[in-house]
Each structure stands twice: as C-alpha cells, then as structure tokens.
Design a protein around this ligand. Structure first.
Ligand code: PLP
Length: 421
C-alpha cells in the first residue's frame, strides 16, 4: 500500500485525539467524504449544466443542478454558482466581474481581522487594485463605521467588502450599504466564516443589503473545501455590465463568466457533489441545533476564558470565533500555538487589532468552536477547555505539564467519533 495511506491514517488519529479549535476548520460527514472520493473526480465538465464543452455530462449536470438548488433554498437566494474551487477563487471572480485592474477597493485591514483577498499587499487583490481599508476602534474592538464612512467618502472606492476572518461580532450590512450607496460603490459580503450561522438565521442576513455574497463551504457550513457565489436581491436588476464587445449582460451571466472561463477551467464535480450533500444536511433541522450549539459553545468558551484572566477582543462573541489578546499573559501567539500543539490543542496564532508584533509572532490566538461542536462538545466542556488552555499558557515552557494536559485532552476526546451523519 502507498505510504500516503499510512500518512492519512496518522492524520486521522491526530484529528481524533486532539481538540480542534481552528476557527476555519470542521469535520465533514461520511457522505460528504464519499462523494469527494467518487468517480465524479474523473469527469471534465467545462461550462455549466446544459451548456458544457464536453460530452457525457448528463449525470454531472444533475449533480451540479442539485447543488445549486439546495444552496438557493438554504440561503433563500435566486442565483448561486457552486464552481469556485476555493473561497479565494470565489473572491477572485468578484474582482474580475466588478472591477478593472487599478480600481479602488475598501476592505477590512488584514491586521484588524480582514482576509488576504480583501486587499492585502501580498495578495492579487492588493497587487492589482488600489486599496483603502477600515478597522476597529481601539477601545471597543468593534468595527468603526464612522471611520469607514469617512474613508469611503474621501477615497470613493468602487467596491466595498463586508467580511472577515477574525472578527467575533455580527456585521451591520445595512450600514455598509448606506455608505456604499453614498458613493455608488458595489457592496460585496464575504461570509466565508459565519455562513452556517447565517444560513440558519442566527446572524444578520447580508442578502437584503449586499449586491453579491461569497462564501467558503468548509467552515461553519461543514461541507467540502470549496467556494460559492450568491447574489443579493438587487444586483441582477440594477447593474448592467458591458462586455469587451459592448454587449450588456445580466450580472448572473457576468458572474458565471468570471468563474468559467474567467479564472477557472473544469469544475470539480466530485467536490460539487460533496457541496450538494452538505447543503442537504444543512437544510435539515438538526443543522439548526448544531449552529445554535456552535454559538452557545463560543459564548461559553469566551466567558470561561475571561474568568481565567484572558483578554477577549471586543469582550465576547456573536458568532463561532474569538480573538484572545495574550499581551497581559506575557506570552506571544507563536509560542502559545506551539505549546498548545504539544498538548494536542490546535489553534492559530493571529494578530490582534493594533498589534505591536509581526504576523509571524503575533500577540494573539484565534479560537473557534465549529469543529469541536461537531465532535459533540457542549457548554460545560468549554470551561474544561479554557482550564486546559490556561494551564498551557501558565506553563508554556514546562514539557511535563504540556504532556499532562495532552493526556487530559486525549481523555476528553476518547470515544468521540469524527463525524458520521
Ligand atoms: N474569505 C474569508 C473571509 C476567509 O476567512 C477565507 C479563508 O480563511 C477565504 C475567503 C479563503 O478561503 P480559501 O482558503 O478556501 O481560499
């Protein structure tokens, strides 16, 4: 047998024994797994259902149409494109559809909680477009909408981005739209992180206010790794778009064209099948219970961390994640991430707003509850987890303590299946 299978088994063991607190990760169902490991991976299907550039696409047409229809039902939207291979590619398609290189955009600063694709200098978005950004207030850790408006009116970006990778509060999409309308900007929401909570109405809906919405399918939505584009209510009607030949196209056609042939070739129909299965699972009432538990766990973990003297940015969470500012504990994000890994607790170092350390060191860690909730953990386990993290942070260089915490982590996760739906 190929050594790769030994490595896969090793990784399965690691995932089973450990506490997964990376906010962007989750455990998919066996059915999602099965779809991704199926013969659908053999099929080329450039184009869209009914309009392919290859023969033999009748079956994958049905698969992709099911994925689209389930996503429409789940989010209550009229347009969905399930082909983006990743969240970043869904986002790249938005840039291609809406802007010309050199146009100005406005996103949340990466160091304040934004994503690379929202204008970071090392990403195509920051390389090919002019970037202005908004951030959070120093005292509260909350988005500073006044500063956002001030910068928007002064800089007049053509597109504004509402979205984050490390912000624990809900977004006021109506406020974003008010500002975008003042300057005639397109408003794009990237709900990659909270999509599962948005789908179940636990957070504000971006669709009423934003022109276009992207997401990943693998975080709180608990599907396979991938991306997706959806349209808000008034984008199709209000935005004509001139092609290079001078034709006016509907926005849905422009978005489809931006994904294929704009930035991608053949779609990953095995992953699209996995997306369809995950959307079916998310439509089920059980997913509502799951999403509510994710949030309840995040709130319980944040409280338990605060009780142990940790500083949580903005003082709590409305979603599945939180940012821990470690500066009052005298440790940095890098060493904390490393020590936690030795105790079989996985999370990622993360910059905190107004951080004085580099992205390689950082002053914080980001914690999320989507994955541990899938493993069946509840509010009362969150106090235990905060205690374990606290023990690690207080004994960051003491290997004996780290080994003893690891034992406790392994005991806690013993007998808790990776996910079978
Ligand atoms: N958008 C946001 C807000 C994200 O947090 C992420 C990933 O963490 C992405 C996009 C990119 O997703 P992917 O890693 O699938 O490219």
């Amino acid at each position: 047998m190929d050594i790769i299978f030994d490595l896969i088994e090793k990784e399965r063991q690691r995932q089973s024994h450990g506490l997964e607190l990376i906010a962007s990760e989750n455990f998919v169902s066996d059915n999602v797994m099965k779809a991704m490991g199926s013969v659908l991976t053999n099929k080329y299907a450039e184009g869209y259902p009914g309009k392919r550039y290859y023969g033999g696409c009748e079956v994958v047409d049905e698969v992709e149409t099911l994925a689209i229809n389930r996503a429409k039902e789940l989010f209550g939207v009229d347009y969905v494109n399930v082909q983006p291979h990743s969240g970043s590619q869904a986002n790249a398609a938005i840039y291609l559809a809406v802007l010309k290189p050199g146009d100005k955009i406005m996103g949340m600063d990466l160091s304040m909680g934004g994503h690379l694709t929202h204008g970071s200098a090392v990403n195509f978005s920051g390389i090919q477009y002019e970037v202005v950004s908004y951030g959070v207030e120093r005292e509260t850790g909350l988005i500073d909408y006044n500063q956002m408006r001030e910068v928007a009116l002064r800089e007049r970006p053509k597109m504004m981005i509402a979205g984050f990778s490390a912000y624990s509060r809900d977004l006021d999409y109506a406020k974003y739209r008010e500002i975008a309308d003042e300057i005639g900007a397109t408003l794009w929401a990237d709900i990659a992180h909270p999509a599962g909570l948005v789908a179940k109405g636990l957070l504000n809906s971006p669709f009423e206010h934003c022109h276009v919405v992207t997401t990943t399918t693998h975080k709180t939505l608990r599907g396979p790794r991938g991306g997706m584009i959806m349209m808000g209510k008034d984008f199709e009607n209000t935005y004509g778009h001139k092609t290079p030949k001078g034709e006016i196209k509907m926005m849905s056609q422009v978005l489809d064209g931006a994904v294929f042939p704009g930035i991608q070739g053949g779609p990953l129909e095995h992953v699209i099948a996995g997306k369809a299965i995950a959307f079916g699972e998310a439509l089920d009432v059980q997913f509502e219970t799951y999403a509510k538990q994710v949030r309840a766990n995040a709130q319980a973990l944040s409280k338990a961390m605060i009780n142990r003297g940790f500083d949580i940015v903005s003082g709590g969470t409305d979603n599945h994640l939180m940012l821990v500012d470690l500066r009052n504990k005298g440790v940095n994000g890098k060493e904390t991430e490393k020590a936690l890994v030795l105790a079989d607790i996985t999370c990622n170092k993360n910059m905190v707003p107004f951080d004085d350390k580099s992205p390689f060191t950082t002053s914080g860690i980001r914690l999320g509850t989507a994955a541990i909730t899938t493993r069946g953990l509840k509010e009362n386990d969150m106090d235990t987890i905060a205690g374990l993290i606290s023990e690690v942070v207080d004994n960051i260089k003491n290997e004996e303590v780290l080994v003893s915490v690891r034992k406790k982590v392994n005991e806690l996760m013993e007998g808790k299946a990776l996910f079978n739906y």
